[in-house]
Design a protein around this ligand. Structure first.
Ligand code: FE
Length: 255
């Protein structure tokens, strides 16, 4: 398995704090059947700044440790950038990292409870630059949960999305789990990744989520997620089904 979203580089965000933490995470990843991880430290989220060169260096260092420790895992460079107006200027000046440096896919994180006004325009501009924006964990954005048509519109206009393994396994509650399933059925998500931060509360859960997807949505959906992850690290085109709107079910009865 490939994990496209993980805070495994130590000491630069709220993920691994020490190299020992990174190695614990690496061992856990291998245990779950993950052979490749894209390290995606936070950038521009109001707390952490991690520019391209620092991440690339961190990945080299961690791969050296993995080799020394005989852990069969490869780390590739990536970045989880919060949406901000100057992202393209910073991309052009070499501060922004595409996933595995293929100049094709870029992670975009929205704030947790809103979708900024300029989102649609910026995602358009990113595509005009020749990149494909991937919105990370849309299932955890409270505005999108309330108004899924906003996400439908963004996906319909070319954005991709990544849902979190542990959202599907219920770590973030029933509402987020249900919305994650809704997004899969509406073809509004294209990748699953762990967003792991550690080996305790924010663990990988990729194996468990894979089993859940296989039984809930079928093997075809699971394979689509796996193949898209591979296409992304190779800078190739992903499989995308025509997006639908999430149907809002009215709850009946007395609570
Ligand atoms: Fe993350």
């Amino acid at each position: 398995m490939i994990d496209l979203h993980c805070h495994i580089l130590h000491g630069i965000d709220d993920g691994a704090q020490t190299i020992e933490d990174s190695l614990h995470m690496a061992k856990q990843a291998v245990h779950e059947g993950i052979h490749t991880i894209v390290a995606t430290p936070h950038h521009q989220n109001g707390k952490y700044m991690n520019e391209k060169n620092d991440i690339v260096h961190g990945v080299l260092v961690l791969n050296d440790y993995l080799l020394q420790e005989n852990i069969p895992l490869t780390i590739l460079p990536g970045q989880e950038s919060r949406i901000y107006g100057e992202i393209l200027t910073d991309y052009r000046s070499g501060k922004i990292l595409t996933l595995n440096q293929t100049d094709k896919y870029i992670f975009i994180e929205l704030p947790s409870s809103q979708v900024p006004q300029f989102t649609e325009r910026l995602l358009y501009d990113i595509q005009a630059e020749g990149l494909i924006p991937i919105i990370v964990h849309p299932e955890r954005n409270s505005r999108l949960i309330e108004e899924p048509d906003i996400l439908y519109n963004l996906v319909n206009k070319g954005a991709m999305t990544q849902i979190t393994a542990s959202s599907l396994t219920g770590r973030f509650g029933k509402k987020i789990k249900k919305f994650s399933i809704d997004l899969i059925y509406a073809n509004l998500t294209h990748i699953i990744a762990s967003d792991a931060h550690n080996v305790s509360g924010r663990n990988f859960h990729m194996q468990e989520a894979s089993e859940f997807i296989a039984s809930e949505c079928g093997m075809d959906t699971l394979y689509m997620f796996y193949e898209n992850a591979e296409a992304i690290i190779n800078g190739q085109a992903c499989f995308k089904d025509t997006p639908d709107k999430v149907k809002k079910k009215k709850f009946l009865g007395i609570f």
